[in-house]
Design a protein around this ligand. Structure first.
Ligand code: ATP
Ligand code: MG
Length: 366
């Protein structure tokens, strides 16, 4: 029988996006070699600020269509301070992809690794392992970005819109509960916490009502509630108590950065954006022009996003070898930190992008 093959659309983008994408592909290839049972076919799509400067296009012709036919999309990072669209806004073809493919479920894993300097001295902080699940197509951001539907916008007053729809919210909560179930099988607590401001906003009360409705189908999963302000405090006081936090777009934007800060820098922040038929994976950081081309970028956020991508493909296709490859990558990173053989510059260590990548590959093969 032929081994299953998957097409990955890669958009390296700009700045450190290019280095961390190369690093991720090298690590995934090593894991794939080690595990076997599947093959990946990469199709590079040219896009970004540099590409726009050269061609006047922010993504190559048909690039969006090609991304749409791939089994998954991997993105480095896009944007350069000196390059803008004619209206002065930042180059952002990836936001169009999110919109076009309705990537409503934004996943930000927050996990502590050994030997990374942590902000909390409490030893329980070593056990931090949660997912922030952020709705990514509506909420308060809906009025910003692509839609720009301000009900009032004049020189005396501006209003934005917070939009919550039943359809997307049902899918989001189902996604959260299903993910909790999957994590529970691997030993996590099986708890989903709905983070909102239901005491003040009707839209948020609606968000919570749908959370309750959908939870009925998941009696094996514990549910919790927290107002977003209390949640911010709890993320500092007892982050080890949480498993999956599900929330509206802007709350997720803020809390995921806060939570990310507890377990390392931007260089550790992985991200997946998932819709009904598409998944886009990228590090949560930007192009970091201040360190580009200096071999200083921490590739781990990207590599961890690549590992998320393999898990996503495994779920989508049922090919278990993909899941095994994801696990081999996570295990390598974990043991590298435990043994202190992974020491990224960003975290005060002495290893640049290439050295960190080579070490992960060595651990995968060992
Ligand atoms: P964006 O607008 O895309 O969010 P940004 O301007 O907020 O981008 P980032 O590129 O996300 O900036 O990062 C901010 C700073 O954090 C960078 O300038 C860089 O110094 C540091 N940084 C970000 N990612 C990494 C990384 N992977 N490794 C090391 N340092 C990083
Ligand atoms: Mg930023």
């Amino acid at each position: 029988m032929a081994i299953p093959s998957f097409q990955i659309a890669t958009i390296k983008g700009d700045g450190i996006g290019i280095d961390v994408t190369d690093a991720t592909i090298a690590v995934i290839d090593a894991a794939q070699n080690r595990v076997g049972g599947f093959s990946l076919d990469y199709r590079q799509i040219l896009a970004g600020a540099g590409y726009y400067r050269e061609t006047g296009l922010d993504i190559e012709e048909n690039g969006e269509e090609v991304a749409g036919t791939a089994d998954a999309i991997f993105l480095g990072a896009i944007g350069l301070p000196s390059v803008r669209y004619e209206d002065g806004t930042e180059i952002s073809p990836h936001l169009r992809l999110r919109d076009r493919f309705q990537l409503y479920a934004g996943i930000r894993p927050i996990k502590a690794y050994p030997n990374i300097p942590r902000k909390l001295s409490d030893e329980r902080a070593a056990a931090i392992d949660m997912i922030i699940l952020r709705e990514s197509t509506e909420g308060l951001f809906y009025s910003a970005a692509a839609h720009n539907r301000c009900p009032v916008e004049n020189d005396d007053e501006v209003q934005d819109t917070l939009r919550i729809t039943r359809k997307t919210t049902e899918k989001l909560h189902d996604f959260a509960f299903n993910m909790a179930r999957k994590r529970k099988e691997k030993g996590s607590r099986g708890l989903v916490t709905c983070v909102d401001k239901a005491n003040v906003f009707k839209s948020m009360a609606f968000f919570r009502k749908i959370f309750d409705e959908r939870s009925q189908a998941f009696p094996d999963i514990e549910k919790g509630y927290n107002y977003v302000d209390a949640q911010a405090l709890d993320l500092i006081r007892k982050p080890w108590d949480f498993d999956i936090l599900v929330m509206e777009n802007m709350f997720g934007d803020i809390l995921s950065d806060l939570a990310g800060g507890l377990v390392g820098g931007m260089g550790m922040a992985a991200c997946g954006e998932i819709g009904d038929h598409h998944g886009l994976f990228q590090p949560a950081h930007g192009t970091a022009p201040d360190i580009m081309g200096q071999d200083k970028a921490n590739p781990l956020a990207a590599i961890l996003s690549g590992s998320l991508m393999l898990e996503y493909l495994a779920d989508k296709t049922g090919v278990q070898a993909l899941s095994a490859a994801a696990e081999i990558i996570s295990d390598a990173i974990h043991s590298g930190f435990s043994q202190n053989t992974i020491r990224p510059t960003e975290l005060g260590g002495d290893m640049g992008t290439r050295a960190v990548t080579q070490e992960i590959i060595r651990l995968i093969h060992s």
